[in-house]
Design a binder for this molecule. Sequence first.
Ligand code: PLP
Length: 717
Amino acid sequence: MATNRKSYFHYKEGELFSEEVALGQVAEEVGTPLYLYSYNSLIEGYREVSHAFRKLSPLICYSLKANGNLTLCRILATEGAGADIVSGGELYKALQAGFPPQKIVFAGPGKNEEEIEYALRENIFIFNVESEGELKLIENLSQRLNHPARISLRINPDVDAKTHRYITTGKKENKFGLDFDEAEKLYSQIKKSPLLEPVGIHFHLGSQITSLQPYLGALEKILDFLEPLKEKGLNLKYINMGGGFGISYEEGKLPLNIKDLAEKIYSLIKKTGAKLILEPGRFLVGPAGVLITQVLYKKNRGKKRFIIVDAGMNDLIRPSLYGAYHQIKKLKEPHEAYPPEVVDIVGPVCESGDFFARERKLPPITEGEYLTIMDTGAYCFSMSFTYNARPRPAEVLVKKNHWWIIRERETYEDLVEEESVPEELFFSFKDPSLSFKSRSLREKKALLAPIPFTKMQGSGNDFIVIDNRSHLIKNRPEFARRVCPRKTGIGADGVLLLEKSRVADFKMRIFNPDGSEPGMCGNGARCIARFAHLKKMVGEKCSFETLSGKIFSQVKKDGVCIRMKDPSPPHLNLEINLGDGSYTGHFLDTGVPHFVLFVPQVEKIDLPEMGSRIRYHRKFQPGGTNVDFAEIKDETVRMRTYERGVEAETLSCGTGAVATAIAANLVYTLSSPVKIKTLGGDLKVYFHKSGPHKFTEVFLEGEAEVVYEGKWEGEVS
Ligand code: PLP
């Protein structure tokens, strides 16, 4: 017979306690609604599973989705549990909580590239793979990172778990897992792959399963499938039976008898020689938690009696979503002398689906008293949300006679923290106070926090380089306008922001001093590659995204070499009239547009004047162009550039150097590598001429170095 787990919530002298703490006292101090968890209930849940299956000494990976609170996770990690995760966010939380990566397994039918890469970099234990596409992506990313991946295939064994249809996951009409035929094919592919290691097999049938039959039925199918695989030389080391162990929500209804389950599967698993992995969630935390709420009002409509409480479906959605049953208890022990009433316990949310109990017989309830919604440790806080702009409840942990707030109640400010209001939309109001008020709290904090930056230079082009992966800077153009001026800011030709990318190691965003954003900058690209390498975000070789496409780079001792985008076919001998005469140059796009003019003596050119007139010439509108003046002497090109956006001469320009080298090849037959001297330093441009006007494999090499590091304490928008 299965027994109900000992409850850590009991009446003592007429009051509901958890361990040795009176819940009413916590409710008074912290306010309601409030989630409260019992430390010893949680520990006991874990130990019950570990004891029941002890003969198989399984790896028990706690399923974080049940409740990802860091303290609860840390308690389980300390007990020796691993973690079952389904997203990058859960991986982050699992690592924060202290689960070792070698005990983390990653399931889920829709893992994206960023999440897989994150998990590979953290070297997690096993990917529970759910589709062929996912397997391919893991393989590609493992190759890119040169990092092996351990794989279990998640099988959908087509077994009915006899639970609510929303939480059934092992039937063939569910989106989860692979069928046996697909799995067989994929195992042979994995076996051939140099970086993928086939280590196990996984299934998870659903949640709140209370009978053994689904597990035994699925296991039988899995073992039948493993036999021929073994003969083919595939000896899988792990069998992961997932989670799903049901608990008792209703008096008289029994939880899954895990002792029986453990006994029944013992010899089956033992025979395979594989190690068992389990992924319980609900069983560990469900009975350990309660939701405490206060009664706001009572009202009757005809025969209906409503008890309106201060918790809503946004705090606890299980009754609304699944029609789930939770016991409801008064904090004050009810007097048997009073006859029960039939009531609906409902929340304040503006939805008729906002209820916790319907037509429930409960002892008489009065306005202002506290109620406890039982067994709400799992899939309650983790499924909570802020509908009706209701801040989420606080969470408290009780251990013996101590208690701690382990998550503060959200505030109204938290509700708007992630939002921002584009100020440009409200210019017409001309009310300066409005723009400040409309900023989110996080932005207001960011206004005051110093921003670390690295000042770098590449061939005399100087940049302010910032790691912006956590969005320190939101209004990028405005930031560039503030920090680039040499008298009132830090001073630079541009700002380089290193941001997250889904398709490369990182993304480079570059902003000119006027706030405009060019697609690419060769010198900037070299600087950001050096920066990412110095900050240990990448190795010597890396790839990064720019608005003009993906760039590959290699950091060397005395410089950085970057592969540039193949240039557009050049428009040679393009004549433009500037009023005082006509000029012939060569126009091409090397990530950004350049107009190259070969001149006899480059130092004699009045560059600010000529450059700006050409830059704005109608032939290059609406975008304008950069302008390069070049002189060829002894197979070497001397060049000066007027940069669009900087609106002045810069000491050097990488994309300009590439444009000039290509033009020099076409007009003066200079061959690769073309040596270029700029005011800021020397560059080399390598290319392969694959057609009369077609250039591929274009590389730009030159120095890129740190000038100094600092913190920007000025205002940030
Ligand atoms: N493992 C996987 C893959 C899951 O999707 C889930 C939840 O649905 C679990 C484990 C945990 O299930 P439970 O909380 O019912 O034990």
